[in-house]
Design a binder for this molecule. Structure first.
Ligand code: AMP
Length: 176
């Protein structure tokens, strides 16, 4: 059963067919972002999870993951680590390749962002095939971080992306 809060969020997600490519139904979260009440509900869902586990840092994924991850990190008073598409981060990086629902790419993280043993929550807007977040998990692991939980506002369950993150704990609030 969906809570009323989750139902109102779910209802606000806008399907945009054939974006950015024919055949893809893009889940547009901007109606959530531009409604202060809904945005707060979404942030509170992440916060509730993170407060229940001792998290040292939030790792979030370029670009919509930043919108949620940064607010959660601010509220918890903990560090934020951006994982970005290749070529965007200015300092020394490590890189992990991944396949997207609509393409292929590489993600990068600064080499001095995560220290051994740090407890990490990974945050992104949407879990599709899982390639993006699996590359983030690889980068977290490379530096000895402990991926405590991967958290997503939306999960496209039919793509089975959570399999790629196993055995990490995966939580999503809106399932399609
Ligand atoms: P994936 O690596 O396939 O799990 O893709 C997840 C990433 O791509 C997330 O950062 C999403 O923002 C974006 N993404 C993939 N598919 C969609 C979709 N159908 N609608 C919106 N965003 C998507």
């Amino acid at each position: 059963m969906l809570s009323d809060a989750c139902r109102s969020l779910r209802d606000a997600v806008r399907d945009v067919p054939d974006f950015p490519r024919p055949g893809i139904i893009f889940k547009d979260i901007t109606p959530i972002l531009c409604d202060g009440k809904l945005f707060r509900i979404a942030i509170d869902l992440f916060l509730e999870r993170c407060r229940a586990m001792e998290i040292d840092k939030i790792v979030c994924i370029d670009a919509r993951g930043f919108l949620f991850g940064s607010t959660v990190a601010y509220e918890l008073g903990i560090g934020l680590v951006p994982i970005r598409k290749k070529g965007k981060l200015p300092y020394k990086t490590e890189r992990a390749a991944y396949t997207l629902e609509y393409g292929e790419a590489e993600m990068e993280m600064h080499i001095d962002s995560i220290y051994r043993g740090e407890r990490i929550a990974l945050i992104d807007d949407l879990l599709a095939t899982g390639g993006t977040s699996a590359s983030a998990a690889t980068l977290i692991d490379l530096f000895g971080g402990v991926l405590v939980e991967a958290q997503f506002l939306i999960e496209l369950e039919f793509l089975n992306g959570r399999q790629k993150l196993e055995p990490a704990s995966v939580v999503s609030f809106l399932k399609f």
